[in-house]
Every structure is written in C-alpha cells, then in structure tokens.
Design a protein around this ligand. Structure first.
Ligand code: HAM
Length: 418
C-alpha cells in the first residue's frame, strides 16, 4: 500500500477510539458540573496568533507549527492550531466578552497539530480537552481548577501525581529571569547547545534542559523570587488544595514551555506512559488577554492530552472493551423477519444488540457471537416463532434457556453473570 498515513498521525479504530471518547465524555460531564460552557473554535488560524501568544521563542512556534500561505488575495499565513488557548482568547475578545461579560468559564475539545518527533504518547495530530476561565484573578479559582483535574483523574481511576509551581508575574519574573541568565552564563560549558540558545531568548527554559537534569538542581528557583502578592497567591492556592484534600507536590523547577504563563503553573503525570507521561498541563495567564488586544482580564486554564490519558487508561486495564449484550441468530427467512423485530425491541430495552447474518450456518454464527464478545446469543427458528419463544444461550456458561419473547431482555441481562 502506497498511500499510507503520515508519520505521527494515527488511525484510531475500535478500542483505541473508545478509550479516547471515554476520557472526553467524562471530562465533558465534569466541565458541565463545574458550570462551564462549551466553545468551538476553528482549527485554522493566522500564524501570528500563536506568535503573539504561545510565544516566538517557544518550541511550538519556533519549530512545530504546520503553517502555510493561504491562496487568498493577501496570501494570509495560516497555521493548524498547535494548542487551543490562543484561539479561545481570540474568540473571547472578538465576541467582546472581555468588556461586556468578562467572567467566563469555557471548555473545548478537538484535534491539535504539532510537528514534533513522534514517539509513544507524542503525535503530530493529537487531541486536547481544554478549559479556560476568564475574569477570575483569585487563588480560589486556581484551586477549583486543580480540584477539577484531581476529580477527573480519580473518576478515571488512573494513578497520577500533580505538580504545581508559581513562576511569578510581570513584576517579579524579571529578577528571576536575570538570575537564570547569570546562572546560565556561569555554567555555559556544562549546558547543551539548545540551552546556549535559550539563555538570551527564553532563559526559563534552561530548567527544561534534558541533557543534564542534575545540573539544573543548582539553578535559581522561581519560588525564591516571588513578590509578596505572588507568594500570598501561591500560599492560598496550596492552603485551599490541602483543605480540599488534593495531593500535590511543589516542583520549583517546573516552568512550562509556553510563554503566556504567570503565577500558578501545573502538570499532572500518569503512570504506564514512559517518557511522555504528562497527561494534563496548564496554568494562569493573567496578561494574555491584554497582550492580544483585549481588556486587562485574568485567565487560567489547562488541557488534558486525551491521547495520553486514553493510553494511561488502557495501560491500567481501565478502558473496558465494548461488547454487545446479545447476538441475534435467525434460522431462515421467516425467522429473519421475526428476529429483526426482536432485535429492535431489545435495543429499545437499552440492550446492545448485533444481528448476525442469516445467511450463515449455526456453527459459524455461534463462533461469531463469541468472537464479538456477546454475553448471550438469541436463537430464533421457525419452531420458536410458532411457539412465541426464543432460545437464549449464555455464551460464557454454555447453557441455554427457552424464554418467551417478553422475557428475553431479562434472560439476556442475566447471561454471563457468575
Ligand atoms: P501543553 O502542555 O502544550 O499545554 O499541552 C497540554 C497537554 O497536551 C500535554 O500535557 C499533553 O498531555 C498533550 N500534548 C501536547 N503535545 C502533544 C503531542 N504532540 N502528542 C500528544 N499529546 C500532546 C497547552 O497546550 C496549553 N494550551 C494548556 C493550557 C490551557 N494552559 C492554559 N490553558
């Protein structure tokens, strides 16, 4: 086959797709319980949008965007969205909400595109479920967001750890930045080439040096540079998390790779994923709405990496395979007409039912019923029609019962139980 899929792009068939849907559905239910409203935004935006928000010196903008000149008159340079936050902020400003109704709690879900080196848990098209809350500069909002993430991970039952940090604000970050530049210069020879580039362009990222994680232990920590307000904010966040019984670790080396963050930043790691273990990440971005031309409105949000969360569920055996309750087997044309109605009635009784081909032999059909994981086979022949009954075969215990059509749903529900 020549027309294969592109590197880093995935086809998700059956169980892999359902594990993703499961994550998405649970997140949606939770978002609604947290009084959030859905927002749908375009997949294609101006490249400039990401340059202005995600940041010129971020890996995403520097090297990972799928960007091209559109063939319209002005040849607008556009990009497939690498993340959802900039588009949501743009939509928020463009709808005038920053001025008319600034307090908004929004969620979104959909594909994102980054031209990264593919590996397990890292894809070029991946899916995020994101949340953005505007107009809430208070620490209680940070805590609520983190409690929501904690609740989601508990609901999904994945083993996880939550790390939080504060990276300060426009007032105190410059001193931290400067301290990192000084430290970087002092350790120049030990740092990698990437870090040499980062020293002037984006010194916070020195803390992400993958080559020598040990070295960064001696680097300045953001928490030591926080101004009074940022420190009080962070203390309140921690206090509220403790009150809500949320387990977290303060990781003073976490800086996040996107430029817009202020104050609280966080990442959640799940087990069973190898190197790409961060399943949820986000933080506060109080200056972003203003930077992008809106009013001075605070913001905070996060995104769940749906692909990774689904992999974590599958690794822990927590993504149940969907299987029908019953396979319907009809023997002959009259039985087929009858069986199609029985199948429909069973579905109306909320059972998951697959009608098998009436053109195959009983042995092959029973094998098929087992293969698709059905708990029961409902067998209907001319004799059954005449007597108003069906045979319900428990495929796990290899037992068979004759029941009236009216009793079939209950017999199927009981099949396969211990
Ligand atoms: P991010 O850390 O770039 O943040 O991505 C969030 C999550 O998306 C990651 O933790 C990971 O689970 C998933 N993810 C990222 N890249 C890939 C990839 N190539 N393959 C698979 N999964 C991936 C953001 O995107 C921010 N917009 C989050 C945010 C919202 N901050 C505030 N509001």
């Amino acid at each position: 086959m020549e027309l294969t899929r592109l590197r880093g792009f995935r086809d998700l068939i059956g169980a892999d797709a359902s594990a993703m849907s499961l994550v998405e559905e649970r997140a949606r239910v939770l978002a609604e319980r947290y009084s959030m409203k859905e927002v749908r935004i375009p997949v294609l935006e101006r490249t400039q949008l990401y340059q202005r928000s995600t940041g010129e010196t971020s890996d995403i903008v520097e090297k990972q965007m799928y960007t091209f000149a559109d063939r319209d008159e002005g040849e607008t340079v556009v990009a497939l969205r690498p993340e959802g936050t900039p588009g949501v902020v743009r939509a928020y400003i463009e709808a005038g909400l920053d001025r008319t109704d600034p307090e908004q709690r929004l969620f979104y879900s959909g594909p994102m595109f980054r031209r990264e080196r593919p590996q397990k848990g890292r894809y070029r098209q991946f899916y995020q479920f994101g949340v953005e809350v505007f107009g809430r500069p208070d620490a209680a909002c940070d805590a609520e967001i983190l409690i929501m993430i904690d609740e989601l991970c508990r609901d999904l039952k994945v083993p996880f750890t939550m790390e939080i940090n504060s990276i300060g604000d426009q007032k105190c970050r410059p001193a931290f930045r400067e301290a990192l530049v000084q430290w970087g210069r002092a350790h120049w020879d030990a740092l990698c080439d990437d870090c040499h580039n980062r020293i002037d362009r984006n010194p916070l990222r020195l803390l992400d040096c993958k080559i020598d994680a040990k070295l960064t232990e001696s680097a300045p920590k953001s928490l030591d540079y926080l101004c009074g307000e940022c420190r009080a904010h962070f203390d309140t966040v921690k206090e509220l998390l403790i009150a809500a019984n949320v387990q977290f670790i303060v990781n003073p080396r976490m800086v996040r790779g996107l430029d817009y963050y202020t104050r609280t930043a966080f990442e959640v790691m799940a087990g069973g994923l190898g190197a790409q273990s961060t399943v949820v990440a986000g933080g506060r971005y109080d200056g972003l709405v203003e930077t992008m031309g809106g009013a001075a409105v605070a913001g905070i949000g996060f995104a769940i990496g749906i692909d990774r969360m689904a992999l974590a569920l599958q690794a822990a055996g927590l993504a149940p395979a969907a299987a029908p309750d019953a396979a319907i087997i009809a023997m002959g044309p009259a039985a087929t007409r009858h069986a199609i109605v029985v199948a429909r009635n069973l579905r109306e009784a909320n059972l998951n039912v697959e009608m098998l081909s009436p053109e195959r032999k009983m042995k092959a059909l029973l094998a098929r019923a087992s293969k698709i994981g059905a708990r029961a086979a409902v067998i209907i022949g001319d004799d059954e029609i005449a007597r108003g009954v069906v045979q319900v075969r428990d495929l796990k215990h290899s037992t068979q019962r004759e029941v009236t059509v009216a009793e079939a749903a209950r017999a199927i529900a009981a099949a396969g139980k211990e």
